[in-house]
Every structure is written in structure tokens, then in C-alpha cells.
Ligand binder design. Structure first.
Ligand code: CO8
Length: 264
């Protein structure tokens, strides 16, 4: 099935050093079709390459939720196995790992299936109190295909992950916070956006190279032995020692003035 990127299913905003990708199919609770999949990837790559952007936020349009997963109505029984495999294998959600800038998922309402897989591929998750999380795939005769079986155990541990995968049980925001599926809960749905922007601004005010390397070391190390991860950390540490921002941070500390970081 050809990817249809003519339908506008994602909108992109830029404010200060923050790029904002909005999943924009509110009539379907932002369910993931081919156009959305392609557009999200394009938007992330575009913002990652924009030197004026330091941090990326992803959220969902409309009152109902962040994303209700794969578009169940858009799945064609006539799609060949080859088509299905072609659509899944390039690992479009895995491509989030290629984005060097920090990505924050700002989640309200339903965050199910592929929607939760998108959120788990982000670096920080902040939830509105009304957020509802779950991986319903086994009830649909499937398993998650966007990284859920791999990222969920890495985030919450194998026992909790298998419980959620095998039961399809839903979690509210407080429970998701308790088990570490989200790291923050906004004080209200109305303030979620502002709180996500404040979090993004805090990160954007820090040296961009350090943020990128912190992310690369922490996430990259998960796929390595401890020894290889420690080596990666040291290599990236040494690279940062030569940056202007590192020198500026030390100079500002000595002069007791705020630093002026340039991203170099
Ligand atoms: N796909 C398509 N349309 C959807 C989806 C969906 N996943 N979810 C909701 N919608 C549509 C509904 O059909 C409805 O449209 P319409 O008004 O035209 O009838 C509209 O959104 C509102 O939904 P409801 O009327 O159902 O609203 P409710 O409040 O009654 O229920 C729920 C909300 C609980 C979210 C319910 O809609 C629901 O259960 N949705 C399906 C959730 C689900 O099972 N998601 C997982 C799908 S499987 C998956 O994601 C696997 C991904 C693996 C691969 C990832 C890479 C592609």
C-alpha cells in the first residue's frame, strides 16, 4: 500500500528552541495510518536537522487522547504479508532512536498500542492526570509490533511488562508514574502543554552537545555490555571536554555569572 502523505495528519510548530510535533487525526484519536507514520518520521528528521531547535515535544490533537494505536479501520486484509512486513520492518518507531535531540511525549487521554509504543520511544514522558495507558494487542490476536515487547521491559522491568502485555490491562497516570512508565504527571490536563514546554525549555537551556551525548550514552549503553557502555561514555565525555560550551560553563561558574551556551 503506498504511503499517503498528502493527508495532513501531523502538524509541526516551532517556538523558541522547541519543536512541536502534533499527531493530528483527532477524529480517530490520532490512530496511526501510513500517512501519519511517514509524516511523524519526516517531522522528527526535519526538526533534528534544524539548528534552531534543541528539544522536540510530541503530543496528540483533540480532547480524546495522545494516540489510540494503529488504525484498526485502515488495516487491509488484502495487504500481502510482504507489504505488512515492509511497513513494519523499517522500524519507523525505532527511527526515534536516530534522533539526537531529546524528545518529550506529552500524553493526555488514551495512549494505547502503537500510541504507547511511540511514547516509549521518546526520552521523557509527561502525562496528564486523565491519561490511560495499555497494550491491547494480545487481545487482538497480535503482539506489539512497534517495539512494545522490547521497550516496555526495559522501562518498567520484565515482570510488570509481561503483566501488561499478557492482560492488556490499562493503567491510569498515577499507576504509570508509580511503575516508572512516565516520569512526570502534570498537575492538570489544562497545564500539560505548559508543563511540557517548561520542561523542554529547561533542557533547551543546557548545552546541546551534552544533552545529545547523555541520551546517546544512556540509550546506546542498553544494547551493550557494561564494559562497552562505559567505554562509550568515556569517549563521549572526552569529546565534550573540547566544546566551547564546556569551557563557557566553567568560565561562567568562576565568574559567578549565568552561562551563555551556543551549542558549539
Ligand atoms: N483505529 C481507528 N479508529 C479508531 C481507533 C483505532 N485504533 N481508536 C479509536 N478510533 C476511532 C473510533 O472508530 C471512533 O471513530 P468514529 O467516531 O468514526 O466511530 C473514534 O475514534 C472515537 O472512538 P470511540 O467511539 O471508540 O471512543 P470511545 O471513547 O468509546 O473508546 C477507545 C475509546 C477505548 C480508545 C476505543 O476507541 C478503542 O478501544 N480503540 C482501539 C484501541 C486499540 O485497540 N488500539 C490498539 C490497536 S493495535 C496496535 O496499536 C498495534 C500496533 C502495532 C504496530 C505499530 C506500528 C504500526
Amino acid at each position: 500500500m503506498a504511503d499517503n502523505v498528502d493527508e495532513r495528519v501531523v502538524s509541526v510548530g516551532r517556538k523558541d528552541k522547541i519543536g512541536h510535533v502534533v499527531l493530528d487525526r483527532p477524529g480517530q484519536i490520532n490512530a496511526i495510518n501510513n500517512a501519519l507514520r511517514t509524516s511523524v518520521g519526516n517531522a522528527l528528521r526535519e526538526l533534528d536537522g534544524d539548528p534552531n531547535i534543541a528539544v522536540i515535544i510530541i503530543s496528540g490533537a483533540g480532547a480524546r487522547g495522545f494516540c489510540a494505536g494503529a488504525d484498526i479501520k485502515d488495516q487491509h486484509a488484502s495487504d500481502s504479508l510482504l507489504d505488512l512486513r515492509r511497513n513494519l520492518l523499517p522500524g519507523w518507531i525505532d527511527a526515534f532512536d536516530q534522533i539526537s535531540k531529546p524528545i518529550i511525549a506529552a500524553i493526555h487521554g488514551y495512549c494505547l498500542g502503537g500510541g504507547l509504543e511511540i511514547a516509549m520511544a521518546c526520552d521523557i514522558r509527561i502525562a496528564a492526570p486523565d491519561a490511560v495507558f495499555g497494550l491491547p494487542e494480545t487481545g487482538l490476536g497480535l503482539i506489539p509490533g512497534g517495539g512494545g515487547t522490547q521497550r516496555l521491559p526495559r522501562i518498567v522491568g520484565l515482570g510488570r511488562a509481561l503483566d501488561l502485555l499478557l492482560t492488556g490491562d490499562r493503567l491510569d497516570a498515577q499507576e504509570a508514574h508509580r511503575i516508572g512508565l512516565v516520569s512526570r504527571v502534570a498537575s492538570s490536563g489544562e497545564t500539560l502543554r505548559d508543563e511540557a514546554y517548561a520542561l523542554a525549555a529547561k533542557i533547551a537551556g543546557r548545552p546541546a552537545g551534552a544533552s545529545a551525548y547523555a541520551k546517546e550514552a544512556a540509550k546506546g549503553g542498553l544494547d551493550m555490555s557494561l564494559a562497552d557502555g562505559l567505554r562509550l561514555e568515556k569517549d563521549l565525555f572526552v569529546l565534550l571536554m573540547s566544546t566551547e560550551d564546556r569551557r563557557e560553563a566553567a568560565a561562567a561558574f568562576k565568574a559567578k555569572r549565568p552561562p551563555n551556551f551556543t551549542g558549539r
